[in-house]
Ligand binder design. Sequence first.
Ligand code: NAD
Length: 501
Amino acid sequence: MTTTALSPAVSPEREASLLASVPTGLLINGEWRDASDGGTFDVHDPATGEVLATLASATSADAAAALDAADAAQAGWARTAPRVRSEILRRAFDLVTERAEDFALLMTLEMGKPLAEARGEVTYGAEFLRWFSEETVRDYGRYLTTPEGKNKILVQHKPVGPCLLITPWNFPLAMATRKVAPAVAAGCTMVLKPAKLTPLTAQYFAQTMLDAGLPAGVLNVVASSSASGISGPLLSDPRLRKVSFTGSTPVGKRLIADAAQNVLRTSMELGGNAPFIVFDDADLDAAVEGAMAAKMRNMGEACTAANRFLVHESVAQEFTRKFAAAMAALTTGRGTHPDTKVGPLIDGGARDDVHALVSAAVDAGAVAVTGGAPVDGPGYFYQPTVLANVPNNAAILGEEIFGPVAPVTTFSSEEDAIRLANASEYGLASYLYSRDFNRLLRVAEQIEFGMVGFNAGVISNAAAPFGGVKQSGLGREGGSEGIAEYTTTQYIGIADPYASQ
Ligand code: NAD
């Protein structure tokens, strides 16, 4: 592993002028304003620890004002023509694409991911705007005759109503567009609370939605240093009709419990513990390439990150050797440097947690084939790490690592691989490598995961239903399923039209 100098390849003037263009207030009813108590919080660069910006920190009263605006806008917004909402989303897609370099740099600055990856997230995140622009005008209902042949059934979809959208820090743009775009498509108004570690991208995105023509009050944004101070009062307010959350399973469970009070619709995109299974008939070079993508995207800080490498015992040694060589060749550094392949972790606590899991695994008998330690210096860097001989009961195989660490363990039969993969309370993404298509299908049918990659290390796509089973969540984002999360179904029973003849 090599480390780049921290000197940025992007000029400090460019960074400063972009940061100065990001709104720092709360977006309520189409206007950026200060917090009601004047409170603020700082946003840091995880590569240096330095302060990037200071934002208004919403209070409970600000959250209530945001819901006032969303509630007031709801009825009129629900009645807008689908084509109007569709074209706002399409303009937003065009604007995000035009501003791609700004969005990418902002994400690199506040979150740490290398610029090339941040650009990839802009493409992925913008695609939700285009996809749901197209879905807006195709939200079909149905009309049919009752089975006994007399009466008629009319089924229509209506917007669920004002929504609270809570997003995590790891994909600052895509996690916002994945919720905002279908909510706009369905005709819902929103209060968005971005993560306090990476709110700048969401602020810039909200301004972009206004620039695309989104009416005042439809999207309100309340960044805050107190997440529960925002969610608590909103979830107990009868005007709120839905909460959509992406984040950790423990916080998701708490929000589900709070949402029960008013029987709110919930969408939960929670944690994962993805198995990456390499069968003995796999193309090992393709598997290593897929493993690099599935593990190292976002420095491993992804809910879809391969968390456990289950490799057939006959190919484990060769796979591990090739995988460790590829990991050792990665360059760590500030994301703005063109040579950087691995940025910092989000903060010091995250880095300590990763190292604690690695140390415990090594104490239990695992071997660090490459890496295994934090990187000295400013920022929260961790060495790309491959651990071999990891015992099956090691904590690192059961918990989300959220870092650039790949534990490898072995299996001896297909049944064994399925049993190990399913031995988790999570069920989000999974990856299978084999040349035998029937085997891939057979295993996919038996593993309890919402998403399965066949010989593919990256599977997220706006056109596909993203989501998990078990404690990885409820509901789907993207695909034709995504808009349904923001609509409610109304059935109209129509008496026999011939009865009055
Ligand atoms: P987190 O649960 O700590 O925070 C997520 C969001 O919830 C943030 O906006 C945070 O401010 C807010 N929050 C925290 N405590 C809250 C509370 N008590 N009440 C209301 N809101 C609260 O998660 P994180 O560390 O930001 O993100 C990492 C987690 O997100 C990982 O577990 C990862 O797997 C998961 N994730 C899941 C998906 C998915 O689609 N399934 C995608 C990305 C991340």
